[in-house]
Design a protein around this ligand. Sequence first.
Ligand code: ADP
Ligand code: MG
Length: 729
Amino acid sequence: MSKNKSSESVKVVVRCRPLSRKEESNGPAGGIVQMDLRLGQVILKNPRAPPSEPQKTFTFDAVYDSSSKQRDLYDESVRPLIDSVLAGFNGTIFAYGQTGTGKTYTMQGLWLDPEKQGVIPNAFDHIFTHISRSQSDKQYLVRASYLEIYLEEIRDLLDPNHGNTRGLELRESPETGVYVQDLTSCVCKSIKEIEEVMNVGNQARAVGATDMNEHSSRSHALFLITVECSQPGPDGRKHIRVGRLNLVDLAGSERQAKTGVQGDRLKEAAKINLSLSALGNVISALADGRSSHVPYRDSKLTRLLQDSLGGNAKTVMVATLGPAPQHYDETLTTLRYANRAKNIQNQPRVNEDPKDALLREFQKEIARLRAQLNHRRFRSKQKKEQVDGEAWERDGDEEEEVEEEEVEKEAEEFVKLEEQRLEKENEAIREDQFLLAEEKQKLLGENEKMMGDLRKRQEATEQLTARYKAMESKLLVGGKNIIDHTNEQQKMLEMKRQEIAEQTRREREMQQQMLIQDEEAVELRETFTSLQQEVEAKTKKLKKLYAKLQCTKAEIKDVNDEHVRSRQELEQTQNELTRELKFKYLIIENFIPPEEKNKIMNRLMFDPEEDEWKFKPLVPDESKSSQMKKRPVSAVGYKRPISQYARVALSMGTHSRYRAENVMLLELDMTPPNTSALTDGEQNQSPTLNNFPTNDKGICKSRSWCQSQKSITSSSSNNSLFAALKTFN
Ligand code: ADP
Ligand code: MG
């Protein structure tokens, strides 16, 4: 029950970009998308349909037309989500749509123009402003990561070597859900720093691609921000909440041409939209609500977004549309996709005190360094006071209470004084005429050593201080680290804007509710005074229902058409793949000896985690192999240890080396060519043998290395050779 209580649906908003100059010059047809901002409706006109065909209407949580501002979208649809992330929820925003419809514009926008900054820069601003304005008993740690999924491979965009290494792996833990192993994450202390992280990633993305446009329309980009916040609870202990924010710019949703390509290009084409079609399947399965299996594991993207779709997260989907008539089909598909996503139910909850909170570890490390530092400084201070001749009467417990700055200053003074003292002593020794040269040297050496020790200690303390300060600076303290320059008036303005956004949202919700209720309640309210009136009212209703029926029929036809289209495409891809398979099969069957093939087949296993076929290791276990390598205690009758080579040969099944080198069976065939029938015994053997007719008495013809061991045994002439081979094994 509690699960249902906390569940909420995925918020879906739709945005339509203005007609581009090129589209405008194409003709005066105008856009095919109309929007009712008050009701949150999109009305789509089919440019090819007769005027009598009803237009398609879709209702969403909010819609933004071509004149909408970035700020409006952020304040109304994204701000509440970021607030939730700051309160410890998981949050995801993803932009979905055809290439060129404004996904990147919505997510990133134009960085240099404050009016046109997208969701990501606005979120940075929001997060750090929130931290600076929060109470001073709160500590924050903000981390950022940036990755892209290209051809089903996860690439770390913050790792300078990402181009050279293999893709990263996905792992799952009960605490954090699905995560990317070894993903770089950077601690960010300010807006500037997090923007820098974003820039580095964007550059890596651009460098990795020969054609940026092509690349970006085929890869999914994920920017991940983790905000950890520690605050003392009513029990006096510090509690940590962790909010994770995924900002996702998906690949273009248009269909990629898959037909007529072969080999690598085919593989690429098959993988390009794999993630997107898997996402579609996941959305369908979740929206349906009846399917027990949700195919999250079908692609990397869906696994990464597992929590965001039907799990522990709040999710906003921004579907982007283009208004041009030539993209009607794609626009309709996007709208359908978005419409389905509305029905997904998530179960967001606050992530409280997770075991893997980095903030907790940072706090512990800072406390440890601080204690170490205090101890050092305290000892220096103690020594100074002893040198000064002050009586030392304090307890060890007082160590902690000494003022940090005062101790630091005194410790520095102590070092200076000690240096001066040793310098003076050196002078005195040098000038002392009663001392022998040897003694002088010895005393000077001792002093030098003391000085060296002193400097070393000083250096160690300085290093410790630097580490402590670096660690401490990573944590942001509410209301302290960032100076909030905004004045009261501006703050008020922001508040008002948020209020307005909130009101608009509520108003729209109410309007939508009213519309639904109106439709349901209209017949209840109607009382007819005359038969004529009743006829009129019913006719009106009939017309309405008829229009609805037509809409639904058209919808069914559209869905059927789409279904047929995608089936045809799948069949075509399947045909291509089958052809490819046959080709590979032909090579395997004709050019790889069956024995070798079997060996390989026996060693292969499928790794579902990495979605790949792998070879089983030849030598099973590391620990075992090291055990086997050890020579047993020498004793008569004990076996000799097996060498690595012999062990490999053992698991391969045969003596691969000799066979490959064809050393053992290279005897000359001295008998005249013989085309007589095979002997009975040999007829029963494997078909490969039939290619090598043998003579019962004589030496067999030179054999191919692919012959089985059995065949050698059957040949009497080779018995001695085989015996020799056996002893080798
Ligand atoms: P996508 O990432 O979906 O492929 P882009 O974000 O790159 O598309 O947008 C394509 C072009 O359209 C860009 O030049 C962008 O500036 C412009 N554009 C997109 N959306 C809008 C909008 N809402 N207002 C103005 N220009 C837009
Ligand atoms: Mg883009």
